[in-house]
Design a protein around this ligand. Structure first.
Ligand code: PRP
Ligand code: URA
Length: 210
């Protein structure tokens, strides 16, 4: 089991997650919150990025300044709901490439089914962050990381908004090398595989499909 699980406790993130949970929150507000929280989380997730020193001239003097010296980033949203988090991360990494993994969860079996996978050609050389608001049984996250490892990706992180203990166990045991970040660790799954208390169906709430 991977011990590398971070549950964020920043009050701004916690507050925004609470707003998302409210069933009266509109799709517009919900989408904005997903984007904002993803940006706030990514800020922390990438706090250890390496820096290197370069020489520049300010208008006043020559100076040694520090700039990022990390591998390029690829953001990989799990469709559909992961799309909502992507723009938040792109605000921080405007040059990141974006790969898409399309998975939907069968309502009866809860098993993930692939319908799309398009990744940047150089994905194996990139630092990859897989994003999906919900980690429920963990089946979709495990399948997405399987695709990335099949493409030789070595440096993968997983970021979600709400996780169930079941999903954390599944992802951590299938991929113990993948650090996992979530904004809330909820109680459990219900008999339909929904996170309790959760926020309902993230894709439907982002895109207003129900
Ligand atoms: C939701 C969610 C995750 C998945 C989590 O997607 O966005 O991808 O379920 O469940 P799991 O951990 O049990 O696999 P869904 O399959 O509903 O598709 P959607 O994003 O198209 O709505
Ligand atoms: N997918 C969702 O969108 N919500 C859940 O609670 C579980 C899976």
């Amino acid at each position: 089991m991977n011990a590398d699980v971070t549950v964020f406790d920043h009050p701004l993130i916690t507050h925004k997650i609470s707003l998302m949970r409210d069933e009266n929150t509109s799709s517009k507000q919900f989408r904005e919150l997903v984007e904002e929280i993803a940006m706030l989380m990514a800020y922390e997730v990438f706090r250890d990025l390496p820096l290197k020193t370069v020489k520049i001239r300010t208008p006043v003097a020559e100076a040694d300044v520090k700039v990022l010296s990390c591998k390029d980033v690829a953001v990989v949203p799990i469709l559909r709901a992961g799309l909502g988090m992507t723009s938040g991360i792109l605000h921080l990494f405007p040059t990141a490439k974006v790969g898409h993994v399309g998975l939907y969860r069968d309502h009866e079996t809860l098993q993930p089914h692939e319908y799309y996978c398009k990744l940047p050609e150089d994905i194996q050389n990139r630092q990859v962050i897989v994003v999906d608001p919900m980690l429920a049984t963990g089946g979709s996250a495990v399948a997405a990381v399987n695709f990335l490892k099949a493409r030789n990706c070595k440096d993968i992180k997983f970021m979600c908004l709400i996780a169930a203990p079941e999903g954390i166990r599944a992802l951590s045991s299938a991929h113990p090398d993948v650090p996992l970040y979530c904004a809330s660790l909820d109680e459990r799954l219900n008999e339909h595989g929904y996170i309790v208390p959760g926020l309902g169906d993230a894709g439907d709430r982002i895109f207003g499909t129900k």
